[in-house]
Design a protein around this ligand. Structure first.
Ligand code: 9WN
Length: 434
């Protein structure tokens, strides 16, 4: 185990960019700073290099916009090895975008709140870490305020995402139902991801047409939240995204209580109560026994099971009975002896593809959340299985981006896919091993 951990440390150190103070998710494939990657990477660094963990978060928060928004990619360099880059996204169109950094005009799951609490938990020098938190926490709070003010048009306590890249689960089969409602033009562009990674492991060209078209609509309106809410063909309440916000709310409450800021605690508690209530009444599907996405544009639930369906466990959202139901569905459909936990999409569905990105493979970040959530609800043995499965696939294959969920594929040959030496796979392994 020590050897595996040392390899993980090496991955993180080699993806670290000291001049600016951030980590790339993976060499070549992802050459900039990504929002949720950065947060998860900081958890790994906190175990062996607190200075880097703190700088990672500081650089991320430095790119915050005047309205509290934090972008999904911050373009620290001019490299054109990633598409679409800064010239396509044109974040300058938004009047309050960062003057210092070019970025995208979309966001990603808001992990920063719980990352601050994790860093505090891991820290051996709590006083100094609390000082760091005191310096940074208001920016995270401002980000949550942005979400509740601008991303919740019906004032439900549930925030929307307007792009599949905001979900972090880019080409999930769940989005197929939304693509069916659209007919974007055929774009001409040069894909860069498929020069780094086998095309069979990445989204299709036609899927990219949809991705670009949604951005074009947002750009036409200078990334105005109001206009996006009115016009974007993609407008979804995502259980994973909202779980991240709710988990982060709770962490901010815990940390502000330590810092004695009662005003912020009381506002956060108001958001939190409403969010959890709506989440449970709107996103739980009784028949499926788990949480699902809601398509706000077309006012319909998207009734599919994915690893996101179980992520509310990490945020303490389900009551005991619902937690029991989630675990049963997960074990029955995703947890057979021939499978590694936890496939990113329902293995019993005809849309399942265990090799293709978010259409089936196992991802370390979701496993890390499930492990922690299952433990909190008292499912110690199943949590342990998730942990051991994660360690085993990393040991067998290396620090890939995602992994085949079928055990037989790991016997001989490569069953790790996408980018290699991938930062959050390494960072979260370090945390799992502690
Ligand atoms: C688009 C960086 C990111 C992750 C996402 C993952 C993938 C990007 C892409 O890589 O998305 O954001 O170009 O495919 O899906 O979750 O944050 O690691």
């Amino acid at each position: 185990m020590k050897e595996l951990k040392n390899r993980a440390i090496k991955v993180l150190d080699s993806n670290w960019k000291d001049e600016v103070g951030f980590s790339i998710p993976c060499a070549n494939l992802y050459p900039f700073q990504w929002f949720w990657d950065s947060g998860l990477i900081a958890i790994g660094f906190a175990h062996f290099d607190m200075v880097k963990a703190e700088r990672e978060i500081e650089t991320l928060l430095d790119a915050q916009w005047g309205n509290g928004f934090i972008p999904h990619i911050i373009f620290h360099t001019d490299t054109d090895t990633y598409f679409p880059g800064p010239d396509f996204h044109l974040s300058d169109l938004h009047p309050q975008s960062s003057k210092k950094y070019k970025s995208t005009g979309m966001t990603q799951p808001p992990v920063t709140g719980f990352v601050l609490e994790e860093i505090y938990r891991i820290s051996k020098d709590k006083d100094s870490t609390l000082k760091f938190i005191e310096k940074t926490i208001d920016k995270v709070y401002f980000n949550h305020e942005y979400f509740y003010k601008n991303r919740d048009p019906q004032n439900e306590g549930l925030v929307y995402i307007y792009h599949n890249w905001e979900s972090g689960t880019d080409n999930s089969p769940i989005w197929d139902d939304i693509w069916d409602t659209m007919n974007p033009p055929e774009y001409t562009f040069e894909r860069r991801d498929t020069t780094h990674v086998d095309a069979s492991e990445r989204p299709s060209k036609r899927e990219y047409d949809h991705y670009l078209y949604i951005i074009d609509i947002a750009k036409e309106h200078n990334y105005s939240d109001e206009k996006i809410a009115e016009l974007s063909p993609f407008l979804v309440q995502d259980p994973l995204f909202n779980s991240m916000l709710i988990k982060s709310n709770q962490s901010l409450i815990n940390l502000y209580e330590k810092l004695g800021n009662t005003e912020k605690v009381s506002q956060l508690k108001k958001w939190q109560e409403k969010s959890i209530q709506s989440f449970n009444s709107k996103l739980f599907d009784e028949e499926l026994g788990a949480y699902v996405h809601y398509d706000l544009r077309n006012e319909r639930p998207l009734r599919y099971l994915s690893s996101s369906s179980f992520s509310p466990l990490y945020a303490g959202i389900p009551n005991k009975e619902r937690a029991e139901s989630l675990v049963k569905v997960m074990m029955d459909k995703f947890g057979g002896d021939h499978q590694y936990l936890c496939a990113s999409f329902d293995p019993t569905s005809e849309r399942f593809n265990p090799k293709k990105y978010w259409r089936g493979p196992v991802w370390v970040n979701l496993n890390w959340m499930l492990y922690n959530g299952l433990k909190t609800y008292g499912y110690t043995e199943i949590a342990e299985r998730v942990k051991q499965d994660t360690i085993e696939i990393l040991e067998k294959n290396g620090f890939y981006e995602y992994f085949d969920s079928r055990k037989e594929m790991h016997q001989n040959g490569k069953a790790g896919y996408g980018g290699n030496n991938f930062s959050w796979s390494a960072a979260l392994l370090i945390d799992l091993l502690e």
